[in-house]
Write a protein that binds this ligand. Sequence first.
Ligand code: ADP
Ligand code: MG
Length: 353
Amino acid sequence: MNYLCRMLENKNQSRTPLSELGEFKLIDHLTKNALKHHKSTLKGVGDDCAVIDNSGLQTLVTTDFLVEGVHFDLSYVPLKHLGYKAVMVNLSDIYAMNGTARQITVSIAVSNRFPLEAIEELYEGIHLACNTYNVDLVGGDTSSSTKGLLISITAIGVVDPEKCVYRSGAGANDLLVVTGDLGAAYLGLQVLEREKQVFQVNPNANHELDNYTYLVERQLKPEARKDVVKLFDDLKVKPTSMIDISDGLSSEVLHLCKQSKTGCQLYEDKIPLDQQVISTCEEFNLDSTTIALSGGEDYELLFTVKQEDYPKIKGNPNFSVIGHMTQDEGIVELVTRGGQKVPVTAQGWNALN
Ligand code: ADP
Ligand code: MG
């Protein structure tokens, strides 16, 4: 994990003060390589507004704020990864509506601690995410800040009105399904925090991250599930409700149940876990079910489908059926491996800090 050592040692090459460029040159510099992927982007950066033509489709808009010291720690998050992740967090919300992301705006506030090279690195990650996910960077805002780095990204997408999926559409007996596996991103954060502490005590210590590569990658370079939206289309499945997993499975299940006015039975032995999650939980003496339920930042999709759609999703390696909805509004229970029923409570991943 070279980049971790590099970040921790804080080796910076050249440092061009932002004041050397001024706001307009900076914006120009950061956005000059932005590609235009979509016809719907009539006007991107450079006017008072971006102009978008979404003729016939519904428009999806979502925004997220990332604040240094609250949402990220630059002692172990490389700026390129931060830029990439900041975009992913937003695209994930568009995909959670079963939509297509097309444009983003990026607003940054930067203290004079950051040279141009740092902001360039941030935008490298942003551009990489845009090009990989076929999204246009169409605007933003740039400000100085008295302390630290703040990033706010807004994503704009479209959805066919027939295909839009809300949190509120689940019915009793619908199957509860999750994509991918859970808990790895939270454990990745724990690994990075531990390494940071080791470094603070002994800057020459070796960073042994080989056993945790998947976890660290899930924390530092999450991928939003654009592929799953396409898969729904290919399989001709329309989920009845959907949400992305940003705060942890338990919190998201409760959101679906609350908005759909249903209950849910969730089966502990069905929750998908990567082998590295299982072994690291053993090593750190953590309960893997608790981590999956409360961990957060997995950016997987959690959705419900009608029972009759089960044959369409059955056996697909992207999907795990982890429970079913019930008509008992507000009763959300985990059925443990031992067959006990335990109420699921809302714990975002903050509850674990
Ligand atoms: P205004 O004065 O109208 O707010 P700005 O000078 O802030 O305009 O921005 C000029 C153009 O550059 C606009 O198209 C805006 O959306 C875009 N822009 C500003 N800051 C950023 C940024 N950090 N990233 C991407 N585009 C930006
Ligand atoms: Mg502005």
